[in-house]
Design a protein around this ligand. Structure first.
Ligand code: SF4
Length: 420
């Protein structure tokens, strides 16, 4: 490039235009691809039709639909029922029955309404409807992260110096087919007994280094408002607990759960953060947006923890679209987890290179806010390990060599003091 001082204003403008055209070209493939990516916002009409079909089937009203307890009570748990809303082949029906004998399933009417009735590969359907591959898995383990060995007292998992998890229930609004805590999702839904929660709180009280407590399960929002209020209140009384976090997939699978009453409880106990789990742009619907809006209005910052899943979101364009859709509803993409080898779920696992490629196609191509961290959970509970494309090529005494997001290899000064 010519020395900048020798360029006229007009030359500079032309260069800027050329660069802008070059930049636009970089995202042309995405701009084309995104037209064909189904999103919850684009599919409103279809969803409304499915919803009406479900209401008719269950003899329910619009008010029932908005009531999370109705959603929970009326979860789809039989093939017969599901077959009335989705077009299932006899073989699919038989396979769902077979898998259901080993791994439980239950899907909220709302989440069923997001499914494409004709497409077995619909990303919403694949996350919820049992598939025969779950029984064919030979490489999965029940607890590949060794959570059982990082639990100093029942219902606590501690893998890091300054924070820990309290598992407050094993219940979820829906039982995801890729669930990484499948072993905890038993046949009976149960909240962690109060005595066990007391024990967990006691552990936190006795460990002043714990400044961050994550309530999860299962799904933390399956607890009643009263129980959550009590638990958050007890944590508030512990001086060294600086923040509370809650993990819930209800904004995705049962957004009706995000009631004004729940938000009121959360707002009483700030700072409270919520991480949720959207995996596909199809899940970002007006109802999910409304739930997230309620949470953010209650002052709760929202993050998203997606899992990289084969056939669902292992595509750079889909992942980018998901992150853009999330930012529009004020959810910050936080992590993309590499799927763990959990029994019955390994058909969802991708190669790590696919995750790296996704990260490569996000960085620079879109806002930093739309870029989560891609994580592998190290075996034996040794924690989250970020997986990154390589940007630092080499380091020397006075210079490092970097690779930019566009693949330009450049030197960058690396000195204690810049020479005058
Ligand atoms: S909501 Fe989370 S914990 Fe519950 S089944 Fe789904 S992935 Fe597992």
């Amino acid at each position: 490039m010519e020395k900048q001082e020798s360029l006229t204003v007009e030359d500079k403008r032309k260069l800027a235009e050329k660069r802008a055209a070059e930049l636009k070209q970089r995202i042309e493939p995405y701009l084309k691809a995104r037209e064909n990516i189904p999103t919850g916002m684009k599919l409103i009409e279809k969803q409304q039709k499915q919803k009406q079909k479900i209401l008719d089937l269950l003899g329910a009203t619009e008010d029932d639909w908005k009531d999370w307890r109705w959603q929970l009570k009326n979860r789809f748990t039989t093939v017969e029922q599901l077959g009335k809303i989705l077009n299932l082949t006899d073989r699919e029906k038989q396979e769902i029955e077979e898998v259901g004998r080993k791994y439980r399933w239950a899907i909220s009417p709302y989440y069923v309404s997001l499914m494409d009735p004709d497409d077995p590969n619909c990303p919403v359907r694949r996350q919820a409807v049992p598939a025969i591959q779950e029984l064919q898995d030979v490489m999965g383990e029940d607890d590949p992260m060794g959570e059982e060995f990082t639990s100093p007292v029942p219902s606590i998992t501690r893998r890091y110096p300054d924070r820990l998890i309290i598992k407050v229930t094993n219940q979820c609004a829906m039982y995801c087919r890729h669930c990484q805590r499948r072993r905890n999702i038993g046949e009976v839904d149960k909240a962690t007994p109060k005595e066990q929660l007391e024990q967990a709180l006691d552990y936190v009280r006795k460990h002043p280094e714990i400044r961050d407590v994550l309530l999860t399960g299962g799904d933390a929002f399956m607890l009643s408002e009263e129980r959550l209020d009590w638990l958050l209140g007890e944590l508030d009384k512990i001086e060294h607990v600086e923040i509370k976090r809650l993990g819930s997939r209800t904004p995705v699978t049962m957004p009706q759960r995000i009631t004004p009453e729940l938000c009121e409880v959360l707002a009483k106990h700030h700072p409270v953060y919520v991480n949720t789990h959207f995996n596909t742009p199809k899940e970002v619907t007006p109802e999910a947006a409304e739930a997230c809006d309620r949470l953010t209005r209650a002052g709760v910052p929202l993050g998203n923890q997606a899992v990289l899943l084969k056939g669902i979101n292992n595509d750079p364009h889909v992942m980018k679209k998901l992150n853009h859709e999330l930012l529009k509803i004020r959810v910050r993409p936080y992590y993309i987890f590499h799927a763990k080898p959990v029994s019955g779920t390994t058909h969802f696992i991708t190669r790590v290179e696919e995750g790296i490629d996704i990260m490569e196609q996000l960085r620079g191509q879109t806002s930093g806010l739309a870029i989560p961290t891609y994580i592998i959970n190290a075996p034996h509970g040794y924690g989250k390990t970020p997986m990154l494309p390589e940007y630092l090529i080499s380091s020397g005494k006075d210079f490092i060599t970097i690779r930019t997001w566009e693949g330009r290899v450049m030197k960058y000064p690396n000195k204690d003091e810049m020479e005058q």
